[in-house]
Design a protein around this ligand. Structure first.
Ligand code: NDP
Length: 449
């Protein structure tokens, strides 16, 4: 990772920018991968002969559709739905659905592009895709959420299938939304096709540990990174951004591994709790009441709420950004280093700006890129698909042990690949090359399709 695209790949990047104008997040994600792939082309000229990188940058299919729905007052709203089926060389398209007002095609394409490499790193038979809508679920009633999900799925259903495309959750899409989406799919198709969506409830085809998987996986990955540096999480101060699905279960596993998590956030501000977060209270506020994070501080004497605060100003040894893309800037990276941070792991997708990643690399602190570190969620989704296919359900302990093993393997693969390509400890390079290599080999084998 040196911030420079190899001459042979520069025209590929120029083409991506020219053909996808104004999709800045997509450009950023492609650039970050291309910067690391030059040495792979040296060793594998066949990938260049088959134009693998050009083909990878063009989604196999992009679907965009109108989502009309009615609110509780009877007023009509129109949102935009989309699904980018990016690459299916390794298996059916797999990736979450995001419901957030900021969603646009460029964001879904950046997420879908990253998903290809992430899914490849898990070693499981899943391709890459992503979808979502600019629908804002905040403040909407259950009935409104249900009507929106039903309208969204009415159109999307024709593009899905357990052997075709298997969505899951992401920002704004949790267990409640997955239920409404699956219910409408079942109704339209008259098929109880459990393997068509993951993140389902335990009583209707879901898998234990899926809810916890991304956050737990990021903490396991952090544990591995620290172990290679002959240290551990025990007694470490941690900060996590966000307070959604990834953040809450990152906090839970960090605490179990001996860290003290002193801050989290949402889009309204930051909670700083030097005594260590009370996880039961945080879950009550965010999962049960669906309230703002400020309600946590209102009920906890040791905690303080900082409206519109910056969570990266809270001193910590380890940080897990778990909210959204580009939430941790170069200035934030400098603040973290100044305060003694020794490791950063991306729980969210692309939460660190390129400048922040460069600053961490120059400081040689441990840095875990999202495509490796947050792959535990999709890996456990693949375990859910396995259980659906065999009509089986595994225990929590068994599934968690599988997740931990998967995260250990991903870390080892990234670490060894970085070494093999002369970039020791550079897990960004290791993750990009290892993920790319697996997809590229499959694409060559499947021919020009
Ligand atoms: P949730 O919707 O459960 O939680 C998102 C959290 O981040 C909320 O606290 C939210 O605050 C905050 N947030 C979202 N957008 C912004 C923003 N623009 N500014 C500030 N805060 C924001 O989502 P998830 O936890 O599922 O996802 C978080 C990240 O992890 C995303 O990048 C996602 O792509 C990634 N990820 C998720 C996986 C999963 O299994 N869920 C798997 C792999 C990656 P508020 O409520 O105020 O908006």
């Amino acid at each position: 990772m040196n911030g420079v695209i190899d001459d042979r790949l520069a025209s590929v990047f120029d083409d991506v920018v020219r053909r996808n104008p104004s999709e800045v997040e997509f450009h950023q994600a492609v650039r970050e991968v291309l910067e690391t792939l030059g040495p792979v082309i040296d060793r594998h000229p066949e990938f260049a002969e088959h134009e693998i990188i050009q083909r990878l940058c063009e989604p196999e299919r992009q679907i965009m559709f109108r989502v009309p729905w009615q609110d509780d007052a009877g007023d009509v709203h129109i949102n935009r739905g989309m699904r980018v089926q990016f690459n299916s060389a390794l298996g059916p398209y797999k990736g979450g659905l995001r419901f957030h007002p900021s969603v646009n095609l460029g964001i879904i394409k950046f997420l879908g592009f990253e998903q290809i490499f992430k899914n490849a790193l898990t070693g499981m038979p899943i391709g890459g895709g992503k979808g979502g809508s600019d629908f804002d679920p905040k403040g909407r009633s259950d009935a409104e959420i249900m009507r929106f999900c039903q309208s969204f799925m009415t159109e999307l259903a024709r593009s899905l299938g357990e052997y075709t495309d298997v969505p899951a959750g992401d920002i704004g899409v949790g267990g409640r939304e997955i239920g409404y989406l699956f219910g409408q799919y079942k109704r339209i198709t008259n098929r109880y096709e459990s393997g068509v969506i993951t993140g389902k409830g335990i009583d209707w085809g879901g898998a234990l540990v899926r809810t916890e998987a991304t956050g737990y996986g990021a903490a396991f990955f952090l544990q591995e990174m620290l172990a290679t540096r002959e240290t551990s999480l025990d007694g470490r101060t941690a900060v996590v951004s966000g307070s959604g699905n990834v953040a809450i279960y990152a906090v839970e596993k960090l605490q179990q591994l001996g860290a003290v998590v002193v801050a989290c956030s949402d889009s309204s501000g930051v909670v700083h709790d030097p005594a260590g977060l009370d996880l039961a209270l945080l879950k009550q506020v965010k999962e049960v009441e669906r309230a703002r994070v400020e309600a946590y501080a209102d009920r906890r004497a040791s905690a303080r709420f900082v409206p519109a605060g910056n969570v990266w100003e809270v001193p910590c040894h380890v940080a897990i950004p778990s909210a959204t893309q580009n939430e941790l800037t170069g200035a934030d990276a400098a603040t973290l280093l100044r305060n003694g941070c020794i490791a950063v792991v991306e729980g969210a997708n692309m939460p660190c700006t390129p400048e922040a990643v460069r600053i961490f690399a120059e400081a040689t602190i441990a840095f875990g890129p999202g495509k490796a570190a947050n792959a535990g969620g999709v890996a456990t989704s693949a375990l859910e698909m396995q259980q659906n296919a065999s009509r089986d359900s595994w225990t929590f302990a068994h599934t968690e042990a599988r997740l931990e093993e998967i995260m250990r393997n991903i870390h080892q693969l990234c670490h060894e690949t970085a070494d093999a390509y002369g970039a020791p400890n550079d897990l960004v390079t290791g993750a990009n090359i290892a993920g790319f290599h697996r997809v590229a080999q499959a694409m060559v084998a499947l021919g020009l399709i």
